[in-house]
Design a protein around this ligand. Sequence first.
Ligand SMILES: *Cc1c(COP(=O)(O)O)cnc(C)c1O
Length: 397
Amino acid sequence: MSLANGRTYLAIPGPSVVPDAVLRAMHRASPNIYEGELIDMMPGLKADLRRVARTEHHVAIYMGNGHAAWEAALSNVISQGDLVLVPSTGRFCEGWGEMAEALGASVELLDFGMKSPMDADAIEARLRADTEHKIQAVLAVHVDTSTSIKSDVAAVRAALDAAGHPALLMADCIASLGCDRFEMDAWGVDVMVTASQKGLMLTPGLGMVFFNDRAAEVRATMTRVSRYWDWTPRAHPEHFFQYFGGTAPTHHLYGLRVSLDMMMAEGMETIWTRHEKLASAIWAACEAWGQGGPLSLNVEKRAHRSFAVTALRLGGPDGTRLRRWSEHQAGVTLGIGLGMSEPDDPKGDGFLRIGHMGHVNAHMVLGTLASIQAGFDALDLPYGAGALDMAAKALAS
Ligand SMILES: *Cc1c(COP(=O)(O)O)cnc(C)c1O
């Protein structure tokens, strides 16, 4: 017998839960891509995307996942041989850097480890030392999904300004957008990348690159940009996929229209507060479990934890055992410990993650936490008492 029969819940940090209304909007006959509804809805869709990113500037939409958005952004402003600075707080920071390297950039990693956020002072010191301004861009991942560390992107801008350095500030908000507060213009971010399948509550398949006028100026100085990744025609208000990028991602755009409607109705401030509240309940439970067992939160300080994802350490083979129990016996799929390992656990079986991004509410979080606790009991893993009470209290407060 399995207690998993019923509606399953994918509680991994992307892809996230797709609301039924979004799925319904995608379940339709193929639309005309040359005129009519789809074309007419694009200006409003882009305007709402800007509202989510808190920017007045440009947005280009690509068919592709987050990796595509990474490459798209880099392709527009990074040339062969350019130096790129990558402050690293986990696997996704390294990954974006590796992509820049594969495109011919020379990449310098500033490694902040897997437990603490970027240190803006160290970034400033490195920028000051670059007296010839060789660094073309700083690639800052807002929330590294592997470690669940949230870094202060505005502080990275302050470091650039304090050092008087002209490098572009490029942010990866793939995990954080629509979950953790992010303000592109107020924080002085020049380029921001995101994707559809996390806080935007859509299926995987859309990558988005936001860029300001400074980044557009840098793009204009590039001698060669891949035709497909070039953001200039895609951001042009009157040009659409049929002229420059090939067939539009029709059904994704209909889904995105509905997910943006939901986000506009809820309001960005409320969305961020909801995510914070739900995350607090998860942290409260994890802290209580940790009082009497091996579970620990990867990030110690609350201010450095993301509202979208929580990385946990259980040790031994137990992260994997718990994930399997939870999926097969409770219908809740937890995230693997991506990019995390220890000398005696090279595959990272001791780690796991809970995704709490996008279309997530109190009962989903409480159900996940109670399922985890049932898993501890079923697997005979020790844990501290009172975790579910703490989670309920965090939500009720
Ligand atoms: C998910 C994620 C990516 C990669 O996105 P894909 O759609 O899997 O290519 C990159 N960066 C961050 C921070 C992410 O959370």
